[in-house]
Design a protein around this ligand. Sequence first.
Ligand code: PLP
Length: 415
Amino acid sequence: MKSSDLFARAKTLMPGGVSSPVRAIKPYPFYVERAAGSHLTTVDGADLIDCCLGYGPLILGHAHPVVREAIERQLEKGWLYGTPSPLEIDLAEIITGDHPGIDMVRFVSSGSEATMAAIRLARGYTGKQDIIKVEGGFHGAHDAVLVKAGSGATTLGVPDSAGVVADLVAHTRQVPYNDPEALEKLLSGNDDVAAFILEPIMGNVGPVLPDDGYLADVREITAAHDVLLILDEVITGYRVGIGGAEVLYGVKPDIATFGKIIGGGLPIGAFGGRRDIMELVAPSGPVYQAGTFSGNPASLAAGSAALRYLHDHPEIYRRLDDATRAIEEVAVDAHQGSFVRIGSVFKHFFRGSAPRNYREVKECDTEAFSRFWKAMLDAGIFLPPAQFETNFLSAAHTQVDIEQIADAYRSCLFA
Ligand code: PLP
């Protein structure tokens, strides 16, 4: 059955025909038959080079043999125990070993769950109620972080979704990214703030990169006000290198959240941090957190295999950097908008200069982006379908893929 027919069926069964809103490509999304390495094959017979990669988890590409083997081995031993398994100790050791700021972790099943629990933990630890997030920062789809951008520091948070209780998001304040003064000002006038949560590199409208010294300033300001710093490393974790943004920028969080890559492509999330904070999590402490699928054996096996592979092949990060730079060189040549990248995270913004915060991202010409996106798809390259989503490369992208992506950039940006 063709994608158009499948979508006609899906629309009658699922809201918008999809399981997550960004997938609702117009007029209908393409349906994938199979994926291997850097390629997707659609039910319509198209072969696409994938620069979306499941929105980030697949740094080794689709169906990587080492990860697949780990999953298959685990499936033979069962995939849900409801008891502790040695697998969770393995992955916890890898993650705590790679992050100087993380003494302990708790595994959950998604990045959203991780940030939700991290915020609860920060409130439980500090006894304070408010949180601060970055305008346009994304931390998943739970109530405390679904706050309209633009409802800045001076106003109480306003829900960004129907069904979110206004009283709850009133406790969420926002500051612009790359603006340490705004953070300092807000904290100077509010002593009820439990935590500042931020993506160290804005990934869900970006990449928007931190100015030199921004993250160090953020660390200093939060510490001076006894406010916990939650680094949301759901995208950056193991993507910008082993140790994520914490190690890359040398900024030590009180709590960090993870997801995506640490599950090797299967569902996972985790939050971790300083021992004295993490020991407040149930059952060792009073901050409740639980989940039927937490520490799922298949996800843990896949995640450990992927992270071990990255440890054993550290050259992957350099190769990814080189490959992404090759695309950048073409895009920069095109003099159309601005190309931003860090490692294998990249995006072409239809705006004169690289945006420094959400308001600047919003100035992008989204219609030009849509035309470009469609032209890229026609050229066989699948980019995430929104100006406000990040593109990724994987270790499975070959030299031929990179040349094809670069050629497509050249022709589609000049079109
Ligand atoms: N935090 C960040 C920075 C993310 O990018 C995402 C998802 O894209 C989340 C949290 C939520 O993760 P999940 O989709 O696994 O719930």
